[in-house]
Ligand binder design. Structure first.
Ligand SMILES: [Zn+2]
Length: 456
């Protein structure tokens, strides 16, 4: 497999008031960089080999301490990237030294330089074609790209907009005035695709004629993730119980007030957050496996800001967890060409998900039990929601075919579903792809009319 990389420099539009989020994040980040330099650079090196350049060694020696030193506030991946920046800088010093050049110890605190650079991999940032979201000390910041008036022929048009290229670990650069994304675009040649392109047209690797969507519903109780194929992943109830227990433990330690209690408090927090992070990875991995198994081209989630409205008082922790699950799923699936999308979740939990029924009613749902008042369809409520989420994505996508090069008449849209009856503890050996016309509002109302006359 051959890989190609291109760096595209893109000016960023920083939202009002968010510049300081980055200026604050660089402080612990530069601290980690400099600690790593100090670790790898002995007091008086006498030969190039005295310089340590192994990222792996530096990480295993420093990672835990730096996480603690930065109070776990700095994103774990940023700590790793800061260490990597340091070993990379020392690596180039070593090469210069071997070539007989004069070198000096890297100084990431150099205040003579007005700017800074932070390395963001795809677990600390989400990159899309028009904007990027970065994790900072105070939360995430989304920055739109400042695009050239004429895109054609620019590196942006050639690499960022071309779907054969995908984002790799990139750099956020502040030059003292302006923020830039040094986007590293990567293309793999000869990669064995998981699903074959649907057309035989040579020279074209678009597979956009077929949308195969896996809908995923995220929950604060029961299973954390439920798919439109009827799979249930994670145990939110057990997770919540663990959290309550940890909160009590931490509360006791905090009340003790001694220095050693404070240290144990910090350690506990580290253990705890690693546990949540692993949990998110586990759920995301399960979704990924399912998406690949059913050959999905898209995985659809609910938009998090909207979930917040749907689940009133959605705790910050759940928001954090859902965000991680979505980010990790996107990250894990990107290399397979499967994209993760989000939809407006309005009504997805109240609407009947049968394609021949368009009943939307609050009373359809009672906790985890869904029973359609119109057609009597009875099913697990989260599974019903997951199907609606998948349908919604198809609907939004079909009614808004912008950017599609072929006529949408040829497009087929499918939602991954199980056939047969569903219960949360079954084994669903038989899966099928269901094509649906539901996305078209007119057709939906036509079928509902016939449905009503049949029911009535
Ligand atoms: Zn119904």
């Amino acid at each position: 497999m051959v890989e190609a990389n291109r760096t595209v420099v893109i000016p960023l539009k920083i939202p009002e008031g968010s510049r300081s989020d980055f200026h604050q994040t660089i402080l612990p980040y530069a601290y980690c960089q400099q600690e790593a330099v100090d670790h790898c650079w002995p007091d008086t090196p006498t030969r190039p080999d005295d310089l340590q350049t192994s990222k792996r060694d530096a990480e295993s020696a420093l990672y835990d301490r730096l996480r603690e030193d930065t109070d776990e506030l700095l994103n774990a991946n940023l700590v790793q990237k800061a260490i990597k920046d340091a070993t990379a800088a020392i690596g180039s010093c070593k090469t210069s030294w071997e070539n007989g050049d004069r070198i000096s110890k890297p100084d990431f605190y150099d205040r003579e330089l007005p700017g800074y650079t932070m390395t963001y991999d795809k677990r600390a940032a989400t990159y899309s074609r028009y904007e990027a979201t970065f994790s900072t000390l105070t939360g995430t910041v989304t920055c739109r790209y400042e695009l050239p008036a004429e895109i054609e022929g620019t590196p942006y048009g050639e690499y960022v907009l071309d779907r054969r290229w995908s984002f790799s670990t990139s750099k956020l650069v502040f030059d003292g005035e302006q923020f830039w994304l040094h986007a590293v675009m990567q293309r793999r040649f000869g990669d064995d695709p998981v699903y074959a392109p649907t057309s035989d047209d040579s020279g074209s690797d678009t597979h956009e004629d077929t949308h195969r969507v896996l809908g995923v519903d995220l929950n604060v109780d029961g299973a954390t993730a439920v798919t439109s194929t009827g799979q249930f992943y994670g145990n939110a109830d057990a997770l919540n119980a663990y959290r309550t227990e940890q909160e009590q433990l931490r509360g006791e330690l905090q009340q003790t007030g001694t220095r050693s209690a404070h240290l144990r408090f910090q350690q506990r927090r580290g253990v705890e957050w690693r546990y949540y992070d692993q949990y998110a990875h586990h759920v995301a991995n399960s979704i990924k496996q399912e998406a690949l198994r059913v050959r999905a081209t898209h995985v659809a989630f609910e938009e998090l800001t909207r979930i917040r409205k749907r689940i009133s008082n959605l705790p910050k922790f759940q928001h954090w967890l859902f965000n991680k699950v979505q980010m990790y799923t996107a990250y894990k699936l990107e290399r397979y060409g499967v994209t993760v999308e989000t939809i407006n979740p309005a009504d997805t939990s109240r609407a009947c998900s049968r394609t021949d029924c368009d009943c939307v009613d609050e009373d359809n749902r009672d906790g985890k039990h869904f029973e359609c008042l119109a057609c009597g369809y009875t099913v697990n409520a989260d599974y019903n929601a997951a199907k609606n989420i998948g349908f919604r994505y198809l609907s939004d996508n079909l009614s808004n075919p912008a950017g599609r090069t072929r006529s949408s008449g040829q497009a087929t849209s499918q939602l991954a579903l199980v056939s047969g009856t569903l219960s949360p503890i079954g084994d669903f050996a038989e899966h099928e792809w269901v094509s649906t016309d539901k996305p078209h509002p007119q057709q939906a109302s036509e079928s509902s009319d016939s449905e009503r006359s049949r029911v009535g």
